[in-house]
Design a protein around this ligand. Structure first.
Ligand code: ZN
Length: 431
């Protein structure tokens, strides 16, 4: 198998083991620790060494990893890549049991903006974070859970009962998308979810338990295409960029700067949480690195002025079945490298200054790059770049590997673009 396909297969494994933002963060954490990174706790005093490798997490769902390649960031700056750990889907509500005739369903609400229809008729499982009372009342304990096996399904309505189903269906997220998990003829007299949690985690039933639980498809992603040119997998937005960024951080020969990979949570719901891009998590972490290196407030601002941020999120590729949806002069193609995302209304941070920087990085890395712009009559989405830039007046660019079917339960990218993006990120830390 070629190196490129191996890299794509490793990405598929990473995604398979990361059903939620909590699991993605835990996977990244394990990988970092395996590579000698030291866990810094937010409540501790930080001591940083030249050449030291560190990471800090918040809420178990966001993480910043960095390498101290300089003791003078006010001269050398920070090189940062940002991505997000969360993906659109369904969150299980508290008191989620619903009995209809002999069906037991789970009450869910939509997280972010998934393509609802793509979740129908798929084997679904449940994963997330469990919290339960600890020794001190303000410090509950946490553990992760992943049922792994398929325990539910959102069944479609037969075409015989909706002859217009192929003309487009208006789906109601309270009524049409609840998964069924069991048939039961008797009255329900137990809390199924709590029982499953206790059984899987060993937490005793008398503890007060709360949970951040999500549905996820159990099918593993795969390489497809006549020559395995494509990766079809869930949550490629944005675990593909988390994977590339961490791969580059671990694999690069770093120049003298602070190299940093940032994995925010909650991008899909607007980033406005303590673990999202619209929080002080990044700016505080930079400030604390500066303090630990003995720097003052002016040094902090000098360091930011010397820094650069690549905000890495997926980009829309040209869809052969919908050419009318594309910008007429900027067509992003699968396999042709990362796309620089440009927007007049600044929903992306790229400008001519940062575009030249990224284009030169791609040249050094010997990878192609492209430019993405929305059609003028389509607003498009946004990402973590502009939100981070509002907290940190840092030069920044928005880029992403091209993809089809963004926010579908299974999304499609090119096998080779993972290698392209990882090489570009590596070059960014090296130049
Ligand atoms: Zn995204």
């Amino acid at each position: 198998m070629t190196k490129t396909k191996q890299l794509a297969n490793n990405l598929i494994d990473f995604i398979h083991n990361s059903p939620t933002m909590f699991h993605a963060t835990s996977m990244v954490k394990n990988n970092l620790e395996h590579n000698g990174f030291i866990h810094l706790r937010q409540e501790d005093k930080w001591d940083l060494d030249q050449g030291g490798k560190y990471y800090v997490t918040t809420n178990d769902s966001a993480l910043i990893a960095f390498i101290v390649n300089t003791k003078n960031p006010e001269k050398d700056g920070f090189r940062m890549i940002g991505a997000h750990t969360d993906s659109p889907g369904f969150r299980i509500k508290p008191n989620s049991q619903i009995k209809t005739e002999n069906y037991l369903s789970l009450n869910t609400e939509v997280y972010g903006g998934p393509i609802l229809a793509s979740w129908f008729d798929r084997p679904l499982s449940i994963a997330g974070r469990i919290s339960y009372s600890g020794e001190h009342i303000l410090e509950p304990r946490h553990t992760l859970i992943d049922l792994e096996e398929a325990v539910g399904v959102i069944p479609n309505l037969a075409i015989h009962m909706n002859r217009d189903i192929n003309k487009g269906v208006n789906l109601n997220s309270q009524k049409d998308t609840l998964p069924i998990i069991e048939t039961i003829n008797e009255q329900i007299n137990k809390d199924y979810i709590k029982e499953i949690i206790c059984e899987h985690t060993g937490i005793s039933m008398d503890k007060f338990i709360d949970a951040d639980l999500y549905l996820y498809p159990t099918e593993k992603g795969s390489l497809i295409g006549m020559d395995k040119e494509f990766v079809l997998a869930p949550r490629l937005d944005n675990l593909a960029m988390v994977y590339s960024g961490i791969g580059a951080l671990l694999g690069a020969k770093h120049s003298s700067c602070i190299s940093m990979m940032i994995c925010f949570d909650n991008e899909e719901v607007g980033s406005r949480t303590k673990q999202g891009a619209d929080s002080p998590f990044l700016s505080s972490t930079i400030e604390r690195i500066m303090i630990a290196l003995g720097k003052d407030q002016e040094d902090y601002h000098r360091a930011i002025a010397k820094s650069f941020l690549i905000s890495a999120d997926m980009a829309h590729a040209y869809h052969p079945n919908y050419p009318e949806k594309q910008d007429p002069t900027n067509k992003v193609l699968l396999g042709n490298g990362p796309a620089i995302k440009v927007s007049a209304n600044q929903s992306y941070t790229s400008d001519s200054d940062s575009a030249v920087v990224f284009a030169d990085i791609c040249k050094v890395a010997n990878v192609p790059y492209q430019t993405f712009v929305n059609r003028s009559d389509q607003p498009g989405g946004s990402t973590i770049g502009p939100v981070s830039a509002a907290h940190l007046d840092v030069r920044s660019i928005d880029i992403g590997a091209p993809m089809l079917g963004m926010h579908s339960c299974f999304e499609l990218i090119s096998t080779v673009d993972i290698a392209h993006t990882t090489l570009a990120f590596k070059a960014f830390f090296q130049v």
